[in-house]
Every structure is written in structure tokens, then in C-alpha cells.
Ligand binder design. Sequence first.
Ligand code: AP5
Length: 227
Amino acid sequence: MGGVTDVAPAAPTRVIFLGPPGAGKGTQAARLAVEWQFARISTGDMLRDAIAKGTPLGREAAPIMERGELVPDGLLLGLIRDRIRQADCASGYVLDGFPRTLPQAEGLEAMVGNADFFVFDIEVPRAELMRRLSGRRWCPTCQSTYHVDTSPPTRKWLCDWDSTPLVQREDDKETVVARRLAEYDERTRPLIQYYQGRSHFKFHRIDGNRAPDAVFGELKSILEAGR
Ligand code: AP5
């Protein structure tokens, strides 16, 4: 007969990534999700998927994203509410691109109560952000991300995972990037101060202007230390 274990299940680990477009949130969130077996929740990917499928959400979001503006809070809160209830989020999840406004941050807290989160604010100089975004290439099938100089695919210009031809994201064009950066400064950057002042959020500023492995090493050591 099996005995009753007295080992409590580990508390789920929840992570929020802040940082401007091109800071490396998606790159790091994907690695964390694989290594720690967390669910990765990228609101940008979810919206692009909705656009590709032509759902009502996708039709509403498409013109807003093309302009580089933020999609209305109510739509994002509905998406996240449904997603974090799914079984794969039970042991932990990484939020990549959410929350991005104060109402989204408050809405998240209303959903999860006093749950603990790690908050990683990845900072990268503006010129480097522009370099990364202009060189980013993207797989429309599996949403993997590459860079023409720093992380090209094995075969030019096909996805390593499914051989789909890689494309440039429409919102990585220069004028749209400028609008996305302005939206970040006006509406998302204030969340840094918000999270620094809240006890359930372990806030860490991360220097993202380093090789991906160096950034990942720091994130990993923070999570392992639980601080
Ligand atoms: P979203 O898809 O979330 O885009 P974003 O936040 O602008 O972030 P990016 O995907 O551009 O950059 P990233 O930080 O993930 O960098 P990445 O790892 O790819 O959102 C798109 C749109 O959807 C928004 O504009 C908005 O309209 C809408 N939306 C989404 N969420 C929303 C929300 N919550 N509320 C309202 N609207 C929402 O890296 C970039 C490049 O750099 C890659 O080529 C990569 O290979 C390279 N790279 C990464 N790390 C490094 C490194 N350390 N060194 C060198 N190169 C690197």
C-alpha cells in the first residue's frame, strides 16, 4: 500500500516580463518555459494567431497592431483570464507581453489574489532595440524568432522547426516600431514603479544588452534562489 507523502507540492512559479519591444522577452520566456516546464503565455503570439485564423478578436486587433498601438485592455484581460485557468498553468507560467498597462496589472491581481510573481524588467539601449527589431525574422507557423545577424536559421531563410519561409513582422517596420516604443514609454514603463512597490512581486532589473546565454543565466539563478 502506498504511503502518504508529507512533501508539500511546490508553489507554482509565476513570471512577468517587462521591457520594451525587442528587449528579448520572447527569447528568454521561451527558454524559461522549456527549461522549467512552465506554460509560456505570449499575448503578442496569441493575437497574431487570432489574426491568422480570422477570429473576431483577430479582426479587431489587426488594424491596431498594424499601427503599433495597444489592443484594448478588456480584450487582453479576457484572453489571460481564460488562459491561466488551463491545466498547463498549474505548475507555473511565464507572461510575455502582459500586463502592459495599469488596468491590465490591476486586472491580473484581481484574478490571482495575493499570488507571488517574479517580475523581470529587461533593459536594452534604444539603438540596440532598433538593430534587433529591424533584423528579426519570424516563422508564421510556429512563431519561432530569429535574427539575420545574431541568430539566423540553419537554412536560409527557413524555420529550423518546420521549414516555413521566415518573414519580417509587419510591426517591425521602422515607423511602426517608433509608435510601439512610444506606447511602451507612455503606458507600460509606469508598471516598473508599480511593481517595485508591491510586496507580492519580486522585482529585478535585468541588463538585456548581453548575449542571450548571459541574460538567461541571471534569470535562472534568480529563480533557483527564489529571491
Ligand atoms: P508583442 O509580440 O508582445 O511585441 P513586443 O512586446 O513589442 O515585443 P517583441 O516581440 O517585439 O520583442 P521581445 O522583447 O519579445 O524580443 P525578442 O525576444 O523577440 O506585441 C505585439 C503587439 O501586440 C503590440 O504592439 C500590441 O499591439 C499587441 N499586444 C500584445 N500584448 C498586448 C497587451 N498586453 N496589451 C495590449 N496590446 C498587446 O527579440 C527581438 C530580436 O532580438 C530577435 O530577433 C532576437 O533573436 C534578438 N535578440 C533577443 N535577445 C537578444 C540578445 N540578448 N542579444 C542579441 N539579440 C537578441
